[in-house]
Design a protein around this ligand. Sequence first.
Ligand code: NAD
Length: 499
Amino acid sequence: MVRELSHYVDGQRVTGTSGRFSDVFDPCTGQVQARLPLASGEEVRNVVAAAEKAQVQWGAMNPQRRGRILLKFVDLVNENMDELATLLSSEHGKTFADSKGDIQRGIEVVEFAAGAPHLLKGEFSDDAGAGIDVHSLRQPLGVVAGITPFNFPAMIPLWKSGPALAAGNAFILKPSERDPSVPLRLAELFTEAGLPDGVFNVVNGDKEAVDALLEDPRVKAIGFVGSTPIARYIYATAAAHGKRAQCFGGAKNHMVIMPDADLDMAADALIGAGFGSAGERCMAISVAVPVGEKTADALVSKLTERVKHLRVGHSLDKDSDFGPVVAASAKERIEGYIQSGVDEGATLLADGRGLTVEGYNDGFWVGPTLFDHVTKDMKIYQEEIFGPVLSVLRAADYDEALRLCSEHEFGNGVAIFTRDGDAARDFASRVEVGMVGINVPIPVPIAYYTFGGWKASGFGDLNQHGADAFRFYTKTKTVTTRWPSGIRQGASFIMPEGS
Ligand code: NAD
């Protein structure tokens, strides 16, 4: 019997009624392990109604109390960490340790958001005019929604919901259909932490559910993370319906390796950042750009050696460096890219196709794949592969390397490995990419800074987490005040005259 999953509305699990379902797989075995109800437009509208009702009291609660509930939630997540990480691995396929990291980076943003009393403070100007003061308030938007991708099923829902809830909004999460179980457990833990019913809801679904959220006038803001074509669609549709939106898309992250870099450190960083989580990270490095032929030859030989020792296996096997990719369609897509790299003339140094893992013949396995002599015009360079495929594109000099990073369609993350502070500083200043690492391969900013890519990697003007999240999830009201004078003059015994 395959389990049937649910939605989570008004503080409880709710069975789907649309009659439509999608399969949730175990990527290690390739077997269906659950079926997920896909909400109809009407079901979504019922969730919005529950959220709208619940938001009134939640928004009126003082932010310190809201923060306490969030901190209690963080405690509960920590208490249930192993169970959550196991569940996450079983649907996503990433290793247990990596699943813990996914959850950890999520709760760090909730911890940050618990500082809402400070983050929601407005501005004040004394005597802006004669006897006039001006101050501003940050007020919740009301009901907001998050539409999130499969690759971080804990972290991204928490990046969205933590600040949104702390700011006094009710939140509706539409998680990925591929790994919805952790979001559902997080909803239960929010309830256990004392979050009032209806303030955090999970509605499962596909385009129909997403469109219902986009079109509903009661939903005031949409936070999206996923692939670029869908990010573009959501941004445009949300705007057409008068909503604010922040939509983060795909990536093609480069790492520049300068001739003076510590090449062992750079090679280790590339292996972790290129193949960790089977390359299914928006901040994964998918292009290595060694500067100069000598650097390239030395780097490629170190990479080739390291790739041989990578272990691909079951996500709960402690010896696995990475697990399967998320779906059969993802495996097929990635293998198609590998073939296109071969057809377009790149040098295939390690081929991840055809990998088998003993005991798991039907798992969605793709081994580490390494290409050298990749060029700018190749499809494997231009498009996001989102799999364990690392391309080496050799640059003649620093300027060419910088241009490659800046001119690529995507601009999520980038890194430079060097010992030269001057080169690093120049790179950080001039590169047209939103997040930069200097000798750090995956520069995901910590919770109190903001996360966001540029160009085709991000649509909207405010980033995720950090102070931007509180700007995104609140509307500003500005109050100009003048008090009539008179009270200080004492009591008056004369009838005031009308004007
Ligand atoms: P996806 O775009 O397929 O799905 C993301 C969400 O959109 C899911 O909830 C899905 O149900 C929904 N969706 C899918 N098709 C839709 C449609 N036609 N209309 C409306 N909604 C639709 O992305 P994914 O495969 O789940 O995630 C991988 C992608 O996410 C990669 O491109 C990756 O780079 C990107 N990503 C970006 C960031 C970032 O911060 N920039 C972070 C993580 C992942």
